[in-house]
Design a protein around this ligand. Sequence first.
Ligand SMILES: N[C@@H](CCC(=O)N[C@@H](CS)C(=O)NCC(=O)O)C(=O)O
Length: 229
Amino acid sequence: MRLLTGPLSMFGAKAQIAVAEKKALSCAVEFVPFGVKRRYDPKHPDVLRINPKAQVPVLIDGTLEIFDSTQIFEYLEHAHPQPPLWPSDAKARAVARLIEHKSDEVFFPNIIRLMSLQNDLAGNDAVAACRRAEAFYDEIEGRLADSDFVAGDYSYADIALIMAHFFAVRLGADINESHHRFDAWRRRVSARPAVQQVLSPMSDFLRSRGLAPPAFYQPCNAANRPEAT
Ligand SMILES: N[C@@H](CCC(=O)N[C@@H](CS)C(=O)NCC(=O)O)C(=O)O
């Protein structure tokens, strides 16, 4: 199996974490050409061939060639069901899928908006984007009242949200002081080895370009690793 992604791809990182959580899976992760200024140009030929949207992530498994992080989640779950990353109950699974979808398609567009407003974070548009992000944090804070993860057991919904949140904090949309459970959740999820495996090199990539990774993310070592979750 091959996963094509970028060193600073939010959607690609979702797929990378999922692959790493499926411990028995052997998958080569390949970074396509990417630069902070030139972005994804020139595009990788396999990405152009497989994805009409010319975006990463792309997954190749023998003759199967698919794209889109959520499509990749679905394939991984069918092809490699252990450990499960969606709830087994139909309604619980639907809720987890909905949160994963909202993270990508409702929350993250606000963060994409902030990318182009970095020089005007006090302006109306950026403030409005941050308010919409905060409303989503409020919703998740409520969900975490009864559970350690956003939809029951740890799932693809947590994977999607930790990545979207990592980018959100970097770009100016952090949680506020009322989001205690969210704060504990992000530390719990980002301490997982599969998540560390992706966030550590991504943080190094940011630092190597003079950009700061979010302060909440702490690479674990034997001394600071919390209890396994
Ligand atoms: N919905 C897609 C979004 C993929 C996406 O936006 N990928 C970005 C990198 S994070 C990309 O390849 N951008 C390059 C471009 O759009 O030209 C997914 O979940 O995979």
